[in-house]
Design a protein around this ligand. Structure first.
Ligand code: ADP
Length: 206
């Protein structure tokens, strides 16, 4: 299964991508995670991406495409993958198609998580990640266990969230049309509990 998971920031994409990846036994490939890891490691790419990420803008296609090429070239991605947070621009979508075509591959489905704008900001500003395990929680909707060592992502502050939403509407939402024309889009409501959303995603793939 070669899948793309699309949805606005705060739609639960990362959480669902992890669970779906585990259920389907394919890797989750999150460009956001890869970029955050590059920042932590202090690499050249990480340094170039840092300021852009903190402002809520999009890192350049060239950088992100190269990261994806490297990641999808690894053995564990040969059987399939779930792309989370990529592609985010038409340039990235074109690169992905061309890259997959090199090995006679193509996407099987694009899952789109639908969440109303008004829910997004509250979802994101309550989000916390466990520093040790990477597990994602929400202070209200999915409370962390007591004593967890929690961090707020640098770009989860409200003003940055608004910029990320704008980038999504402007640059990423058009990809839904592109994949719809190709007949591979499956829309799923992102409202409700994480289990409910997960069940809908699995149903959409049946
Ligand atoms: P979210 O989807 O919740 O906004 P991500 O973890 O996917 O969060 O991405 C965080 C930030 O990393 C983005 O705001 C952007 O700056 C950068 N980023 C991640 N993926 C891409 C991408 N495919 N293209 C450009 N920038 C990206």
């Amino acid at each position: 299964m070669k899948l793309v998971l699309l949805g606005p920031p705060g739609s639960g994409k990362g959480t669902q991508a992890k669970r779906l990846a585990a259920a389907l036994e394919i890797p989750q490939v999150s460009t956001g995670d890869i970029l955050r890891e590059a920042r932590r490691a202090g690499s050249e790419v990480g340094k170039r991406a840092a300021a852009i990420m903190d402002s809520g803008g999009l890192v350049g296609d060239d950088i992100v495409n190269e990261l994806v090429r490297e990641r999808l070239g690894r053995d564990d991605a040969k059987r399939g993958f779930i792309l989370d947070g990529y592609p985010r621009t038409t340039g990235q979508a074109e690169f992905l198609d061309a890259y997959l075509a090199e090995s006679d591959r193509a996407l099987d489905a694009t899952l789109v998580l639908d969440v109303a704008d008004e829910h997004i900001v509250e979802r994101i500003v309550g989000r916390r990640t466990d520093r040790a395990t990477g597990q994602i929680y929400h202070l209200e909707y999915n409370p962390p266990p007591p004593g967890a060592d929690l961090v707020l992502r640098d770009d989860d502050r409200e003003e940055v969230v608004r910029a990320r939403l704008e980038a999504y509407q402007r640059d990423t939402a058009p990809l839904i049309d592109l994949y719809t024309r190709r007949g591979i889009v499956r829309k799923v409501s992102g409202n409700g509990s994480m289990d409910e959303v997960m069940e809908r995603l699995r149903e959409a793939l049946r």
